[in-house]
Ligand binder design. Sequence first.
Ligand code: SIN
Length: 284
Amino acid sequence: MTPTPRACLSVKPLTPSLGAEISGVDLGEQLAADVADEVREAFARYHVLFFRDQVVTHEQHIAFGKLFGPLDVIPIKRANHREHPELLVVRADANSKFVVGEDWHSDMTCLSEPPLASALYLETVPPVGGDTVFANVHAAYDALSEPLREFLSGLSAFHTAAKGWDGYGVDIDPKSIPTASHPVVCQHPGSGRPYLAVNEGFTTHIEGIERGLSDAILGFLFRHVTHPRFGCRFTWTPRTMVLWDNYALQHHAVWDYYPQVRSGHRVTIKGGRPLAASPVFTGR
Ligand code: SIN
């Protein structure tokens, strides 16, 4: 039997465990079903995909996000695009006192159902700087010692937007700040792989243990995930789309380019309630 022809995507990995540059696809057009399948396969394998030199409208950006599931509207009115609330405005310039994502985090873990993925399209980037750094939190979990993995399983941690949203300030009603409790070790809804689900941007403490111990453990884990062995660093060029998995990865937007402009929009793909990792998972 003749094998079904594959679409002609080129997938160039950045590291063995995360990140791949994709070429041979035009996100300004509706993707054929086989191309969309290949993109999904590459996404499941590399967790963050980079598509350079793309010219996409807001509508095409939204359509691209919807290939991976329904979209969320991030509850920060001031940062939502006026006509397309699914788009979050991501912009830094000479007037900025704060930039989105300038700490290690997974997007919006302060929600009871944090987004599964995000797709950020930057039209304008600084001549140098403004990279985004990613860390694979499956690999970070796998590298922990067995006794520590056992200790962490069964624990939950508290996440709040108050930690990550300080810079948005003015229009956030303290009573409406989202908070959530999630297992410290979760399992990915697609692969079932366990991942470390605490992050510096949103997690304040591990519940049910003394605060000093929680601070010490979180301090260690926040540092641990940033080890270069688990990470990759991406240098943007204008009109690049980057799609990342918020459960498999954490990321950090480096703000080293002030007063230059870096600007674009992000869509976030709805997730579900994070599941505690199964103690019997044997897939590593
Ligand atoms: C974010 O956390 O969504 C921002 C990432 C970036 O600006 O690189």
